[in-house]
Ligand binder design. Structure first.
Ligand code: PGA
Length: 243
């Protein structure tokens, strides 16, 4: 199925559209299994979901979540860990049960086992109904950098230098950006029943264009989404400028 593309005026509208899709999915299925993403892009969407919880009683009490990835070596108390990010941006402000939120443990002694258990937990939950994604300037999804196999599963991955540079803005210096992460694989992501990818800003325009209409290649991880039966990209005008 071709990727559906929704172009919004700006970041606020993009965030509202994404939040509305998630809220509708939760209202339709209160025990929704929701895949979540971190990074700068989904912050506005989470802000909007918190507002809908507070003002419109959007109910997260039965929602189950799985995050895409976590840095290896950062504890949940580290402000740049993705557990910390999710608590701060969403979980602490809605009525989700913390035991229903799953993020790979970046401090694990046994990464292999952690990855297997994460996959198993997704399966036990019945699979992911709706997966939210960002995209890297290099076309990555989660920490599946260019060259990642399309059939990859949750595993330990090396973070590319470009991604470490991109993410250095959140740290004191690039030296502090971890070199490895635990990431859902591309095969894992593709099994989600519905995928919504958000991209904002001109820096993402190339990766977006290659993913939507370029050849499907492991060099552009998000290009595999052209084969997903239900995938929508929500873009602002700048991110859509090369389509
Ligand atoms: P960003 O990251 O939202 O911070 O741009 C997206 C990504 O790298 O997947």
């Amino acid at each position: 199925m071709p990727i559906k593309v929704l172009i919004t005026k700006n970041y606020d509208e993009l965030s509202e559209k994404a939040a509305k899709i998630i809220a509708d999915a939760i209202r339709n299925k209160p025990n929704l299994v929701l895949g979540l993403a971190t990074g700068g892009t989904p912050v506005g969407c989470y802000r909007e979901l918190v507002r809908m919880h507070k003002e419109k009683k959007l109910d997260f009490s039965r929602v189950v979540t799985f995050n895409l990835d976590e840095y290896i070596g950062l504890p949940p108390t580290h402000p740049q860990s993705y557990r910390y990010f999710m608590n701060e941006n969403l979980f602490n402000h809605v009525n989700i049960r913390m035991e229903n939120t799953h993020i790979p443990d970046g401090m694990t002694d046994d990464p292999q086992k952690t990855c297997e258990e994460f996959e198993k937990a997704i399966e036990t939950a019945g699979g992911i109904d709706l997966q939210l994604l960002g995209i890297g300037a290099n076309g990555h999804i989660a920490f599946n950098e260019p060259g990642s196999p399309f059939n990859s599963r949750t595993r330990v991955v090396e973070i590319s230098e470009q991604t470490r540079k991109d993410n250095a803005r959140f740290f004191q210096s690039i030296d502090e950006v971890p070199r490895q992460a635990i990431s859902m694989g591309i095969g894992t992501i593709m099994e989600a029943r519905k995928i919504v990818l958000l991209a904002s800003g001109a820096r993402k325009a190339d990766a977006v264009a290659k993913s939507v209409k370029g050849p499907i290649t492991e060099e552009v991880p998000a290009s595999i989404l052209q084969k997903h039966p239900n995938c929508t990209f929500i873009l602002d005008e700048a991110a859509a400028s090369k389509l």
